[in-house]
Design a protein around this ligand. Structure first.
Ligand SMILES: Nc1nc2c(c(=O)[nH]1)N[C@H]1C(S)=C(S)[C@@H](COP(=O)(O)O)O[C@H]1N2
Ligand SMILES: [Mo]
Length: 309
C-alpha cells in the first residue's frame, strides 16, 4: 500500500494534517480510477554537458542522483515524495514550447530544442533548501535566465516576471487535487530574475532533466526556498505588477512572494533554523540566503528581512 502512517511522516515534510488526510482520499480515488501507480514509459536520459561555471558552489558533496530523482516535490504528480518518480513518466516533453510575453518588445514562442541549441549550457552546482527543512546539493545543467529575458527585450515597465507550469490533466493526475491553485505559478522581481545565480535548468548530473525534476525546463533560484523553482515551464510573462504565486494563493499566512531562505524567520508550524541534508544524520544550521548572501543580499537592502518570507 502506498499510504504511510502518520508517525512515518517527518515533521515539516507535509503541509499539514488535513493535507495528509486529504491525500489518502486522493490516492484512494486515483487507485479506483486506475490512474495512479501505473507509472509510464520513462524517457531515456540523454547526455547534456555544461561548461564549468564560476557561479557553481564549491566544496559541497553532491547528493546522489538516486535521491535527487526519487525524493521530489512535484504536486502535479502527487503529494508524496515518491509520487513524481512513479508518475511523471507520462509527462510529454516534446514538442514543448515556452511562450515569453508581456512587457517586452519581442515576445515569442521558443521551442525547447531551439532553446537547448541557442544558449551555452553551464554546470551549476547549487544547494537546494526546501521550505520543509530538508536540503540537497544538485549539479544542474542550465543557462542564466537573463539570457532568455534579454532576447525578448523587456520594456521599462517590466518590473516582475511570472512563470507557469504546464496544465495538462491528462498527463498530471495531481491536478485533480485542489491542494494548490493550478496551474503552478511562481514569480520573481525583475532584478532577482536578472541575477546571474538565477538559471533555467534543462538537466542535472550531465543528462537531460528527469521528468520528476521538472523536464524539460525549470527555474532554479538557490537563495530562495525550493518552491520558487517552478518546474516544466510553458509560460514566462514580463509584467508591471507583482505576480500571484500558487503557494501564496493557497496559504498566504505561510508562503510569501520573496521566500528567501532565512534561518531567523520560522515557518508558522516549524523552525527554519536548521535543516536535514538528504543522506546525512545530523541536522545542519540553515544559512541566510541558503549561503548565497554575499551574492544576493544587496537585492534586498532596505527591506525588513524579519518579515521577508
Ligand atoms: N510545477 C511545480 N513546480 C515545483 C513544485 C511543484 O509541486 N510543482 N514543487 C516545488 C518544491 S516545493 C520544491 S522543494 C522543488 C523540488 O525540486 P526537485 O524535486 O527537483 O528537488 O520544486 C518546486 N517546483
Ligand atoms: Mo519545497
Amino acid at each position: 500500500m502506498l499510504i504511510r502512517q502518520a508517525p512515518d511522516l517527518r515533521e515539516g515534510e507535509i503541509t499539514d494534517r488535513s493535507l495528509f488526510l486529504h491525500r489518502r482520499e486522493f490516492i484512494a480515488a486515483g487507485a479506483a480510477l486506475g490512474t495512479i501507480g501505473l507509472g509510464g514509459g520513462k524517457a531515456a536520459a540523454a547526455p547534456l554537458k555544461g561548461a564549468e561555471s564560476p557561479f557553481s558552489t564549491k566544496g559541497e558533496k553532491l547528493t546522489p542522483k538516486a535521491d535527487i530523482t526519487s525524493y521530489n516535490n512535484y504536486y502535479e504528480f502527487g503529494v508524496d515524495k515518491a509520487d513524481p518518480n512513479k508518475n511523471a513518466g507520462r509527462l510529454k516533453t516534446r514538442p514543448w514550447t515556452v511562450v515569453v510575453e508581456g512587457e517586452c518588445h519581442k515576445p515569442g514562442q521558443f521551442g525547447i530544442d531551439d532553446i537547448l541549441k541557442r544558449y551555452p549550457l553551464e554546470e551549476r552546482i547549487y544547494r537546494m533548501r526546501c521550505v520543509e527543512a530538508w536540503s540537497m546539493v544538485i549539479p544542474w545543467v542550465g543557462f542564466p535566465l537573463i539570457s532568455l529575458l534579454k532576447q525578448v527585450e523587456p520594456t521599462g515597465a517590466a518590473k516582475f516576471v511570472s512563470f507557469e507550469t504546464l496544465d495538462a490533466p491528462d498527463q498530471m493526475p495531481g491536478l485533480r487535487d485542489p491542494v494548490l491553485k493550478w496551474p503552478y505559478r511562481e514569480g520573481l522581481r525583475i532584478d532577482e530574475a536578472s541575477h546571474p545565480l538565477a538559471i533555467l535548468a534543462v538537466g542535472l548530473y550531465g543528462e537531460t532533466m528527469p521528468n520528476q525534476n521538472g523536464a524539460p525546463v525549470r527555474l532554479v533560484t538557490p537563495w530562495k526556498y525550493g518552491f520558487k523553482g517552478i518546474k516544466s515551464i510553458v509560460k514566462i510573462r514580463l509584467q508591471a505588477t507583482q505576480p500571484q504565486t500558487s503557494w501564496n494563493l493557497s496559504n498566504p499566512h505561510e508562503y510569501g512572494f520573496y521566500s528567501n531562505v532565512n534561518p531567523e524567520v520560522d515557518h508558522p508550524r516549524w523552525s527554519q533554523a536548521s535543516e536535514r541534508r538528504i543522506g546525512e544524520f545530523f541536522r545542519r544550521k540553515t544559512l541566510p540566503f541558503n549561503g548565497y548572501g554575499a551574492q544576493v543580499a544587496s537585492l534586498y537592502r532596505g527591506m525588513d528581512l524579519q518579515k521577508n518570507f
